[in-house]
Design a protein around this ligand. Structure first.
Ligand SMILES: [Zn+2]
Length: 412
């Protein structure tokens, strides 16, 4: 193979190994112990908390250098409870959690490196895992193996393998989580390694290499969410977008987000504008004063990211502004509103006869303004109730629910 061919092959392999991401994966690093809890005390008085914090800082720097976003549960010698560490991690919308420790044993002969993770095949009755973690085992185990491999390649320590464990920080989170036991403070050989700044640097590089080798699946926060199949299908079709590597499935959908999705599905520019007659100049409906200056809203400046889609929606007479001069792009949209607007768009693209007026839901009387739309979409199999008898039209719609709705519509 010529040098050039080798170079091209190498470059294309790199592209496969490190596909471009418009966002940085986010890592939570947890230096074990701290403050009033020094952890294990090893040979020569070496304190676990100090070793853990130094290695964790070095891992952080290595990951930052590679473009990761990194947060630490602690970056000083302070005490944190286990629950505080996990609560912190759960709030971060991160992709993975790595707790860094050093080991201790009553026998000074014990030595080596191991990585702990929660394994749903080995549950411990007295230490139940979070419901998320019971389903995250394959991901945590993959991460654990890669970090174990990365660490061993650098540390020169004995391979003690992966250890299924019910330690708190590995079982109570909501993202793939592991606990690294770098080496034994209570073993003379291991302690000498842990006492060496140069070896700690190598260990940190090894841990960072393992984290880099782990490829977080798309949208960490729907890994175990009911909406995952629909979310992935709609992402593949280019209809929905996440926020970094998260989808935020349980957050209420905003009016601006809803219009953006509808524009991707129905292509507003291809639909007939209803705002062409002079009569519409007096309309209070958004955008229907086409021909004069575009109607503006106090909370929708030209710089707002959704300004363009609101303008397009206005030409379709889709959304009305409020009496106080606002259009409230960031307000949550209700299930009734979604049904009404979605049905409006369906009628514009493929007019069909109204569906049966028989009410399918106890809380959707036929007199309700959105009832016809809800029944039409229900008959078409596009929308479901919260239960068989309840639609909850005034409840906000979550981002998971809109993904499921669009999936049902697009898959027809
Ligand atoms: Zn520890």
């Amino acid at each position: 193979m010529t040098l050039l061919k080798r170079l091209i092959l190498f470059t294309s392999l790199l592209t496969i190994a490190f596909p471009y991401h418009a966002f940085a994966y986010k890592v939570v690093l947890d230096a074990g112990h701290g403050g009033s809890d020094p952890g294990a005390i090893g040979v020569g008085g070496l304190r676990e908390t100090d070793v853990n914090l130094d290695i964790t800082r070095k891992v952080r720097q290595a990951l930052l250098d590679r473009g990761y976003e990194v947060v630490m549960t602690r970056n000083t010698d302070t005490f944190l409870s286990l629950a505080q560490r996990v609560d912190f991690a759960n709030e971060q919308q991160a992709d993975l959690f790595v707790s860094i420790h050093a080991n201790a044993h009553s026998s000074s002969k014990a030595n080596g490196t191991m990585v702990l993770y929660y394994d749903s095949a080995y549950p411990q009755e007295d230490y139940p895992a979070s419901s998320a973690m019971t389903q995250l085992t394959p991901y945590s185990k993959d991460l654990a193996q890669r970090v174990q491999d990365g660490l061993l390649a650098q540390s020169g320590t004995k391979d003690l393998g992966l250890t299924p464990s019910a330690v708190y920080v590995a079982r109570m989170g909501t993202i793939p989580s592991i606990l690294v036991e770098t080496a034994f403070l209570t073993n003379t050989g291991d302690a000498a390694l842990l006492a060496s700044d140069a070896v700690r640097s190598k260990m940190a590089i090894g841990i960072a290499n393992g984290i880099s080798a782990y490829e977080p699946p798309l949208f960490t926060d729907v890994l175990v969410h009911w909406s995952r199949p629909a979310v992935l299908r709609m992402k593949n079709k280019g209809i929905i977008e996440g926020v970094g590597n998260n989808y935020e499935p349980d957050r209420a959908l905003t009016r601006a987000e809803f219009l953006t999705l509808m524009d991707r599905v129905f292509t507003f520019d291809k639909l007939p504008s209803v705002c062409t007659s002079t009569a519409s100049v007096t309309s209070s409906v958004y955008g229907c004063d086409a021909g004069s200056a575009t109607k503006s809203y106090t909370d929708l400046p030209a710089t707002h990211w959704a300004n363009a889609v609101f303008t397009k929606a206005g030409k379709l007479n889709l959304l009305q502004g409020y009496a106080d001069g606002t259009i409230r792009p960031n307000r949550a949209i209700t299930r009734g509103e979604v049904a009404y607007l979605f049905n409006q768009l369906l009628q514009m693209t493929s007019p069909n006869k109204p569906s049966s007026t028989k009410s399918a839901f106890d809380d959707v009387p036929t007199s309700l303004w959105s009832a016809a739309a809800i029944h039409t979409l229900k008959d078409k199999g596009i929308i479901n109730g919260i239960t068989d008898s309840s639609f909850m039209p005034d409840q906000t719609m979550t981002r998971a629910e809109i993904a499921a709705l669009l999936d049902r519509y697009v898959s027809k």
